[in-house]
Ligand binder design. Structure first.
Ligand SMILES: Nc1ncnc2c1ncn2[C@@H]1O[C@H](COP(=O)(O)OP(=O)(O)OP(=O)(O)O)[C@@H](O)[C@H]1O
Ligand SMILES: O=C(O)c1ccc[n+]([C@@H]2O[C@H](COP(=O)([O-])O)[C@@H](O)[C@H]2O)c1
Length: 300
């Protein structure tokens, strides 16, 4: 794993993105359509990060697979050891083996640098994300639960999916950090909650209007990013193209795929629509659920 950098905003990157990503709900243009989620006001964002908004649906953070007791956390502090929790935010429409592989790749790479990865979360996007063909969140949460059954450390955080409105990723990162540190079970100074993503998501950071610039800064500075190279995308160039990413390059971990893997949810959906097998692209439990509920057969 190498640490890398970035520089200015590249407008035409938008056109190089997959079609589906150009339809991201929180873009400026999408926000003017009736189906797009309203942009959270700066005030509501601030309150959300503090975890004080009484309009939130309360959902406890699952911790059953976390490999850390408070005692170990204290030891970690003494040894100056940093514990890592990974958050993967996405549509997971449906989850694939590549989504699960990302956690393994990130864990290996971070542990090779001396970090201790104590857990990971998949957070399926809220229905208000309105990405093309998005299944209702209730199914995507269930599919993620089934997908990560075989993992010893990956869990599903259904909080984002259960809220009544779109939730930005910074809010989800803050909620996870807050839940883990609440009551002092894990010391804030020995915990890093990192956003786990593919290079296409990192690329979306530099597209004007998709993310809030201040929030990109906060994510990079106060949290950090582990980015898995996807389909040959040059992570170094993405970082070099944006001032904020460049400024926080030491907090952005770039991970190479050992075994190139181009599985995507789009391709899985296409296969299902065409009546083709998706075995070995996603876990059998996911396939069974899709069959029972007759999902992805026609456009949502
Ligand atoms: N093959 C892959 N390599 C690297 N990152 C990936 C891969 N597939 C998904 N990801 C990452 O997983 C996260 C969640 O992705 P998402 O749910 O959109 O999956 P997707 O396969 O890209 O979906 P879709 O095809 O519907 O756009 C994103 O950060 C994305 O970059
Ligand atoms: O927080 C934001 O401003 C923000 C802007 C764009 C995308 N995201 C999140 O990034 C994820 C992208 O998912 P996907 O399926 O489009 O790759 C999804 O969880 C979105 O909620 C988040």
């Amino acid at each position: 794993m190498t640490l890398i950098v970035n520089d200015s905003i590249v407008e035409d990157i938008k056109n190089t993105l997959p079609k589906s990503r150009r339809k991201l709900a929180p873009t400026v243009s999408a926000l003017s359509t009736p189906t797009a989620p309203p942009p959270p006001s700066p005030r509501s964002d601030r309150i959300q990060h503090l975890g004080m908004d009484s309009n939130f649906v309360e959902v406890p953070l699952p911790m059953d697979k976390l490999s850390l007791s408070s005692h170990e956390s204290d030891i970690g502090c003494e040894r100056n050891q940093m514990f890592i929790v990974l958050l993967s935010a996405g549509s997971f429409n449906p989850p694939t083996y590549m989504h699960l592989r990302m956690f393994e790749l990130a864990k290996d790479a971070l542990e090779a640098q001396g970090y201790v990865v104590i857990g990971g979360y998949m957070s399926p996007a809220n229905d208000a994300y309105k990405k093309m063909d998005l299944l209702p969140a209730i199914h995507r949460v269930q599919l993620c639960e089934l997908a990560c059954r075989s993992s010893s450390f990956v869990m599903v955080d259904p909080w984002e999916a259960k809220q009544s409105s779109y939730q930005r990723t910074l809010t989800v990162l803050s909620r996870i950090q807050g839940s883990l540190c609440h009551g002092g079970s894990i010391k804030k100074e020995s915990l890093k909650v990192l956003l786990l993503c593919g290079s296409d998501l990192l690329e979306s950071f530099v597209i004007p209007g998709v993310w809030l610039v201040d929030q990109v800064s906060t994510i990079c500075r106060d949290f950090g990013i582990v980015c898995i190279r996807r389909e040959g995308k040059d992570i170094e160039n993405i970082i070099a193209s944006n001032e904020i990413l460049q400024q926080h390059k030491s907090n952005i971990f770039s991970v190479d795929e050992i075994v190139p893997n181009q599985i995507s949810s789009t391709k899985v959906r296409e296969c299902i629509r065409r009546g083709l097998s998706v075995k070995y692209l996603t876990p059998d439990e996911v396939i069974d659920y899709i069959k029972v509920h007759k999902l992805f057969i026609s456009d949502c």
